[in-house]
Design a binder for this molecule. Sequence first.
Ligand SMILES: C[S@@+](CC[C@H](N)C(=O)[O-])C[C@H]1O[C@@H](n2cnc3c(N)ncnc32)[C@H](O)[C@@H]1O
Length: 286
Amino acid sequence: MTKTELHQLAVDMVSKLLHRRTGQALSADRHWRIDTALETVLRHRGIRSSEDLIVLLTEPGDSGFKEELVEALLNNETYFYRDRQVFDHLAAEVLPAMAREKGASRRLTIWSAGCSTGQEPLTMAMILLDQGECWKGWDIDILATDVSGSAIATARRGVYSNFEIQRGLAVGQMLTHFEEGAAGWRASDRLREMIRFERRNLLEGPPSGAKFDLILCRNLLLYLDAGARRVACGTLQSALAPHGRLLLGGGETVLEHSEMFRPVKGGCGLYKLTGERLAEPARRTA
Ligand SMILES: C[S@@+](CC[C@H](N)C(=O)[O-])C[C@H]1O[C@@H](n2cnc3c(N)ncnc32)[C@H](O)[C@@H]1O
């Protein structure tokens, strides 16, 4: 094989690895991302040739190398109050409606699926804390998950740089909910206590336990291929409470992949379950 053919083989293997582990499909015109990720990981590991890379990729198990590669390929872009009008809508319309609907149990469950480094669930927690009286005495549980171990580790630390903290937060919010320290801006204990962070692949089925009143799954489905999206939709459907709401990112939809959801009118990417339920949604172990 020529050097170019070996390189192409390595790129294809990495692309398949990413798909197997996350459901993400990189089209050929985005294979340059693999080259960029490879460059960093290979330099870090001292790997010089495509042959050595192929040997490592074909080894059974994972010494951490494959995981490092997949992590390097994930897009963890996020920031506080991303698409602010969506969070304004949640705060002004959706959460008050949920407070009325769930007034009897006074329990609210939220899942941020694909939470990256934590800004999205922290935004939800800030909104709920800022609404003070409305949620006093409620049992609020926010679960935040991501397939990326390093993103979850950052989210658990809850410390953000000057650049990160200023992306989406006004000065008042920074000072109310974060404390500045030598390492950066640390989320307050009150915020952190509201959120459970877990490493979790959306394609491996729903978290066990109670269903969720609100699921945020934003800017994740767009990276998955059609098959993985169907599986992800099955997970979301199984995890959503019958009256619950699913929030997707701008430009994302579940309608092509599942008949189980209907969009909420004027809902900025919100969906509810249609009355029907599939017997058992598709599952996949990645
Ligand atoms: C672009 S970020 C979006 C973060 C946040 N939801 C937002 O909208 O700001 C996408 C996140 O989805 C995660 N992700 C990708 N595939 C996943 C999967 N199969 N299961 C769980 N998380 C996944 C990535 O690791 C990444 O952190």
